[in-house]
Design a protein around this ligand. Sequence first.
Ligand code: 9MR
Length: 339
Amino acid sequence: MKLHAPLGRRILAIAAAAAAIAVGQAVPASAAGPLKDITNRYVGSAVAAGPLGSQADYRSVLTREFDSVTPENEMKWAVVEPNRGQFNWSGADAIVNYAQQNGKSVRGHTLVWHSQYPNWLNNLGGAELRNVVREHINTEMGRYRGKIRAWDVVNEIFEENGSRRQSIFQTRLGDGFVAEAFRAARAADPSAKLYINDYNTEGMNAKSDAMYNLVRTLKQQGVPIDGVGIQTHLATKYGYPSGFRQNLQRLAALGVDIAITEADVRIPLPVDQNKLNQQATMFKQIWDDCHAVSRCVEFTTWGYTDRHSWVPGTFPGEGAACLFDSNLRPKPAYTRINP
Ligand code: 9MR
């Protein structure tokens, strides 16, 4: 676990910033020190192997500010096993190696998901698919055993109304595929914390009720689940989800950890000061709600810079959803959290 030593580190950081100015080096984004040093939660970002390998500035701000990384796409099934039995670990290896060399924690993402799985799975019947899923969990978790702090074992299994999404895993394996995945995951790497992860489960609503009920049932059944990932893809136009903190509290009361796994707050383009301030308020609310719940152990954003973000490609007319702008300068959202 992270140690909690913000005050001493702040004083050191202020001294370091003053020294940096004196010798003309790059100044940290905050005089208080990097984000990772002002909290005892893990502070993470999704990362892409491409820029991590090719852009020194992207890598250096990431290294300075964060102590956890989540591969944005590199560990997804379609990427690691595009054809049956043919593996590609290059991106995942690069990120895990970066983490090991730089003392970063890794969040593995993600093992069983209805999206970005390889086409060849579609040809498999239930019995074979069940074996293949177990094998996939074994192979991928086994490869990185001991190097991944937490895994998103199953991802996005609910519809907005709280019913199960009719993925191939659901329709061919039945409701029990979730418990089976967690049991396989525990066996594959007993040192990893095992999470279920989803979006639009921030506030109190039908989908987060379904998540709560499922986790309660899994715990009652002794299924090895350690945590719930709350993705937290927000938009200023929808405002802050009501009951966010209450939802985190009820999940924590089930005896699981909580992670904010994919936070971003998109705004309608073009950006202006008012919109950036609204965004800052919402990011700070996420930060505060996580810190209000002792079992909320991680605050991870889905990319840290507007230079690399999934948002503009998915929501035309919206963007600028990250803590840093595309020139890696901290935005008001960053300084609201870390003044
Ligand atoms: O950011 C990811 C993007 O590059 C991919 O094209 C996309 C494919 O579906 O997945 C994005 O990441 C998603 C994450 O894996 C799961 N939660 C939602 C994220 C944003 O779509």
